[in-house]
Design a protein around this ligand. Structure first.
Ligand SMILES: *[C@@H]1O[C@H](CO)[C@@H](O)[C@H](O)[C@H]1NC(C)=O
Ligand SMILES: [Zn+2]
Length: 283
């Protein structure tokens, strides 16, 4: 009981923290000048580490660095029989759609939509957002879109992100489809209440890649436990353009970072299991 009250209070705090941030940024996107994705800009990824020293120091490449994203390729993949199914338990919960400081489009839940169970710990889903093009490279290919689902433990001290890659195809992504109208509204306001929404469905039927990395935006915090889903999903080109338009067609992907001897573990696929879910989804 005590734990539930604590969780509620911390979520409440998170909510007010976020609404204050978005309110202060709403006026003029002034924070978007803090860093840039443009490699030709002095605020570009190559300089992130020195822009806000020492807070962003981790962003500078170093031989001990564990930065993300990375290129996932046969030379750094290790098969690992100990990796279990991806244990996600998601349900509907209220959320806001935000243009987050002009850097990314984000769905931010104001109450918990569930969690990822990892290493016997609960990582609560906080927000998800998109990068176009993809940040991770898979077998030498960069995809048009990557979804990041950001989870933290109760104390928010530990971070786990699930990454999903998308290729252009004939099938629209159902999660972006649900946000279609809200994305239109986001052209004129900085935050849209999207009501109660189920997180994107992630399946691990073709397995996933697991490695230890970082946040891909300043302060580039380490460590972050990364799970990159092997199955590439389909998204319609106009869905990606809708996201890109809101960022003035700017790419928002950090270049890949040195692997520095890290292993990327590949889970063996679990083709016959059903993904466990809490609650029921009409959508
Ligand atoms: C990858 O697998 C090895 C061997 O089982 C393990 O020691 C290591 O912790 C794993 N790394 C991750 C990030 O899961
Ligand atoms: Zn991201």
């Amino acid at each position: 009981m005590g734990n539930q009250i604590l969780l509620f209070l911390s979520l409440l705090a998170l909510f007010f923290l976020q609404s204050n941030t978005s309110a202060s940024k709403a006026a003029g996107f002034e924070a978007s000048s803090e860093f840039s994705y443009d490699p030709c800009s002095p605020l570009g990824p190559q300089n992130w580490g020195t822009l806000n020293y020492p807070s962003w120091a981790k962003c500078t490449a170093s031989p001990e660095g564990m930065q993300s994203p990375i290129s996932i390729k046969p030379s750094n993949i290790y098969y690992n029989t100990h990796l279990s199914r991806l244990d996600t338990y998601y349900t509907h919960a209220p959320a806001l759609l935000l243009n987050y400081e002009g850097h990314e489009i984000r769905v931010s839940w104001t109450q918990s939509p569930g969690h990822l169970l990892l290493h016997d710990k609960f990582f609560h889903l906080r927000q998800c957002h998109w990068h176009a093009p993809s940040e991770h490279e898979l077998f030498g290919k960069r995809y048009p879109l990557e979804l990041h689902m950001v989870h933290t433990t109760d104390s928010t001290s530990e971070i786990a992100v699930i990454g999903v890659l998308f290729e252009y195809g004939g099938t629209p992504d159902p999660f972006l489809d649900k946000l279609c109208e809200a994305l239109n509204e986001l052209k004129v306001v900085n935050s849209v209440d999207v009501g109660s929404i189920h997180p994107p469905r992630v399946g691990d039927e073709e397995g996933y890649f697991r490695y230890v990395g970082s946040l891909t935006t300043p302060p580039c915090s380490e460590p972050v436990i990364w799970t990159v889903i092997k199955k590439v999903r389909s998204v319609k080109e106009d869905q990606v353009n809708r996201l890109r338009d809101l960022l003035h067609d700017m790419d928002n992907a950090r270049p890949t970072q040195p692997i520095n001897g890290r292993h990327v573990n590949f889970s063996h696929p679990h083709p016959h299991g059903e993904q466990k879910e809490e609650g029921h989804a009409s959508s």
